[in-house]
Design a protein around this ligand. Structure first.
Ligand code: PBG
Length: 310
């Protein structure tokens, strides 16, 4: 009767990894319980999500190694894994489920950075934005509902919004990874998309310093001014103060990403007998709602939805 917030399956966005082939399920060692799925199996996951009341999927590709290059050119291929997965889900499920797509070049580059790099490995902002615009248009043409730039280049939201408007995709939304930190919690994700072994250096020249909170508000303000429909804070649990500050400062749809390392921590704690898995899952996800998040991207989405349905 006095409970202030409620977690429901409608609050959850389910990240899924797509891989080549048919009938494929590949478990990911550092993400126990999470697999890469071939496109046919991704469609089955989409139907599962609909049955569970999950409103949106977030897709990430494990691009075959021989298709990765210095400029991430495969991101612009209209027949790449992402486009095939988007189209297959939309064909099978229509508007029953939303498809959110990641814009960044790291699953496509042979150096694992999110953008183009100079000879010293420094990521080039403006040159990268041009490619990201092409990647976003490619995803929108395949049927993506929400474009989610996770690259942290400056000016990319405005450039993508303009391109979507002028290319006939005015109704495609943008959810900006606005406050994305250079975090140690992304390791299992990089295994899942096959970029961990390739990555040279780190992403600290474009992702945020975990020590900064005010800067997150400046990043969010810029992305909103450029046309973002909603914003995201990432990682999640260690940054709930940022979620709260963003929600209070801007009052816009605010999402948080409980990232791969957070998922792995919960699974490791449960496997070690240090905590009870289902309770850990529901407590952490409820904490996002209490902090002011409108929704959470979580690898526990399907499991949590099942728990919530009782
Ligand atoms: C790509 C991207 C990353 C994640 C989402 N999109 C990794 C990174 O920036 O290195 C991480 C998600 C997770 O760890 O679950 N730019």
């Amino acid at each position: 009767m006095v409970r202030e917030t409620a977690l429901t399956p409608a609050d959850l966005i389910w990240p899924l990894f797509v891989t080549d082939g048919e009938g494929v399920e590949e478990p990911i060692g550092t993400l126990p319980g999470v697999s890469r799925w071939s496109v046919d199996n991704i469609v089955a996951r989409a139907k599962e999500a609909i049955d569970l009341g999950i409103p949106c999927l977030a897709l990430f590709p494990n691009t075959p190694g021989d298709m990765r290059d210095a400029t991430g050119s495969h991101a612009l291929d209209s027949d790449n894994l992402m486009c095939r997965a988007i189209a297959a889900i939309k064909q099978a499920c229509g508007d029953e489920i939303g498809v959110l797509t990641d814009v960044a070049l790291d699953p496509y580059t042979d150096h694992g950075q999110d953008g183009l790099v100079d000879d010293g490995g420094y990521v080039l902002n403006d040159e990268t934005v041009e490619v990201l615009v092409g990647q976003a248009l490619n995803q929108a043409a395949a049927g993506a509902d929400i474009i989610a730039p996770s690259d942290m280049m400056d000016g990319r939201i405005g450039a993508i919004r303009n391109a979507l408007e002028s290319e006939g995709h005015a109704n495609v939304q943008i959810m900006s990874y606005a406050a994305k930190y250079a975090s140690a919690f992304y390791g299992p994700f990089r295994d899942a998309v096959g970029s961990r072994g390739l990555l040279k250096g780190d992403k600290k020249t474009y992702q945020m310093d975990p020590a900064n909170g005010d800067e997150a508000l400046r990043e969010v303000a810029l992305d909103l001014a450029e046309g973002a429909d909603s914003v995201m804070v990432k990682p999640g649990l260690p940054y709930l103060d940022v979620v709260r500050a963003v929600k209070e400062s801007f009052g816009v749809p605010t999402f948080a990403y409980q990232v791969s390392g957070e998922y792995a921590m919960i699974e490791a704690a449960a496997a070690a007998g240090a905590g009870e898995r289902d309770a850990l899952v529901l407590e952490t996800l409820t904490a996002f709602k209490r902090a002011g998040a409108n929704g959470v991207l979580t690898y526990h989405a399907a499991h949590a939805a099942r728990l919530l349905h009782g």
